[in-house]
Design a protein around this ligand. Structure first.
Ligand code: C2G
Length: 134
């Protein structure tokens, strides 16, 4: 069984996230998503999520491509995760191109093209604009 892992915040879940998860699952048989915790988002990624970790986890677990959701609590856990979960492939969007090549020591590393013209930030900005214009 080929095991794949990916990491992210997945706030305001959208089709760009789904496209990533679908392609990630296609690289193996079992997909683990390491989901950034609220604390990690706040302290390390400067992200304030609309949905809490529990709600974001609930949404991800409802996706047919996702087999397991674990917490992402720090930048350093990836290599131990890969070993602990016997991961064959690490995958993430190409906005991270090259950033996780150190994992090639433990598993395949794949950067997938991002889905254009959609992001959580863009959704928030457009909602704010609509509110201002209403
Ligand atoms: N993504 C995508 N296309 C988009 C938006 C996002 O393919 N239009 C991908 C990202 O490249 C990432 C995943 O969806 O692989 C989750 O995106 P984010 O929640 O923004 O994750 P990020 O903040 O990049 O967290 O340690 C790694 C980080 O936790 C990654």
């Amino acid at each position: 069984m080929r095991r794949v892992i990916t990491y992210g915040t997945f706030d305001l879940l959208h089709y760009g996230h789904i496209n990533l998860l679908k392609r990630a699952k296609a690289l193996g048989d079992y997909l683990i998503v390491a989901l950034s915790t609220d604390e990690f988002n706040l302290k390390e990624k400067d992200k304030v999520c609309y949905f809490s970790y529990e709600k974001r986890k609930q949404l991800l677990e409802a996706i047919r491509y996702v087999d397991l959701v674990i917490p992402e609590e720090n930048w350093e856990q990836k290599s131990s995760d890969v070993k602990e979960y016997h991961v064959d492939t690490f995958v993430i969007g190409d906005d991270w191109e090259g950033k996780f090549d150190f994992l090639k020591e433990y598993c395949d590393v794949v950067y997938l093209p991002r889905t254009p013209e959609i992001s959580t930030t863009q959704i928030k900005e457009e909602l704010n604009k609509k509110e201002l214009n209403s």
